[in-house]
Design a protein around this ligand. Structure first.
Ligand code: MG
Length: 391
């Protein structure tokens, strides 16, 4: 029996994790759950899975959960201390499925407590990849990727030695502007940017897919998850999203992982490792798909992808700076009144200013990461307000 702690249990990945666990009650038990403000959904999960510890965003939510569960409630905590308690609860695997910077501290706490981690929270490796790698090595724990591209690479690497790897190849759908000219992309509206061809996702990640920033963040994630230098992490555009990523070995053999896009598959790979679970999901029919296409990504039309490589070539905190600047610029674009090409323009400007400060000290701890994050947010806001003529 594998005991799971799930950080972000009421989000998309959290819910699908519990669905996979529920389909295999002989294999999985739930030790602890953390959610934000979806208290009704969390109460259902607590009744179904009987965790010993639960955490929510704030005290108000904790009171509501107690009321809903009555005398049958587990230990209910809230805030940062609650997240840390769930991350370090008595479990075999912590599923890190929070979204954004809030997941970094509890994920580090889980690793420091010696827990294996199934990682869906991409910002953990983007913001603090170097630091997380050092902690994982020091504690001897295992990081299992849940992002579909990184799960594909993880599967392609099974049984191979690090020295045999020539390069990692991440696939990208190309987003809604794949065939657009630079001039047309620059003037794209919010509606056009939100119109993703293959996936229905949250607005932030959909805009990141349109700018290819999402793929850039995944390049950073791959560099740290698999300890491969950035010049050996490549991106290929593959509009059908059937090949989830590939690994080329030094003998020129290329291993790919294919499947219909369904997050339950990479979740099950991480939960069951090193075994495989039977899954009741649609199967790939290659003849029905007919053909698979590939293109070289164009970093002239999609400069955000190049910025990720620039950040990896700079200071260890530079990816955290790029991530934070991008969160600010994407939010401003979604608010309206800003052209699409300013996302890349301001991101580049903030990254340049950070690099020009000329520090080369390694990331020592979470405080260093959060300091870089806060600096970048302030700098991006300043650039945006100057742009709008109000500063
Ligand atoms: Mg992905």
């Amino acid at each position: 029996m594998k005991r799971l702690s799930v950080l972000g249990s009421t989000g998309s990945v959290g819910e699908q994790t519990l669905a996979v666990a529920a389909a295999h009650p002989d294999r999985y038990a739930v030790a602890a759950l953390a959610a934000g403000r979806r208290i009704a959904k969390l109460a259902e999960q607590v009744r179904a899975f009987r965790p010993a510890v639960v955490s929510v965003a704030d005290g108000l939510g904790a009171d509501e959960l107690r009321e809903r569960l009555g005398g049958d409630a587990p230990e209910i905590l809230h805030g940062d201390a609650g997240l840390e308690a769930v991350a370090t609860a008595d479990a075999d695997l912590v599923v890190a499925a929070l979204v954004g910077a809030i997941g970094l501290a509890p994920t580090l706490a889980a690793i420091r407590a010696g827990r294996d981690v199934a990682l869906a929270n991409k910002e953990v490796m983007v913001m603090a990849g170097a630091l997380v790698r050092r902690e994982v090595a020091a504690r001897g724990t295992t990081l299992l990727p849940v992002d579909s591209e990184h799960s594909a690479i993880f599967q392609a690497l099974a049984g191979e030695s690090q020295g045999a790897v020539a390069k990692l190849i991440l696939t990208a759908s190309g987003g809604p502007f794949r065939t657009w000219s630079a001039e047309r992309i620059a003037k794209a509206t919010v509606e056009e940017a939100l119109n993703h061809p293959n996936w229905d996702m949250g607005p932030k990640i959909t805009i990141d897919s349109a700018s290819l920033m999402n793929k850039g963040l995944e390049v950073i994630e791959a560099r740290w998850l698999f300890d491969v230098p950035p010049e050996r992490v490549e991106v290929v555009v593959h509009p059908q999203s059937i090949i989830h990523s590939l690994v080329e070995f030094r003998d020129t053999s290329v291993m790919a992982q294919l499947g219909l896009p369904d997050m339950r598959v990479p979740i099950a790979v991480a939960l069951a490792h090193p075994e495989r679970l039977p899954l009741d999901v649609p199967r790939l029919d290659l003849a029905a798909i007919g053909r698979l296409d590939f293109e070289t990504p164009d970093t002239k039309r999609f400069p955000c992808l190049q910025l990720a490589y620039d950040a990896l070539g700079a200071h260890e905190a530079a990816p955290a700076v790029l991530n934070a600047a991008n969160e600010v610029t994407v939010a401003a674009f979604l608010d309206g009144g800003m052209s699409f090409d300013r996302i890349a323009g301001v991101n580049a400007d903030v990254l340049d200013r950070f690099t020009a400060r000329g520090t080369d000290a390694a990331l020592r701890d979470l405080d260093d990461v959060m300091e870089a994050d806060a600096w970048a947010r302030a700098c991006a806001r300043e650039r945006l307000s100057a742009e709008r003529g109000c500063a």
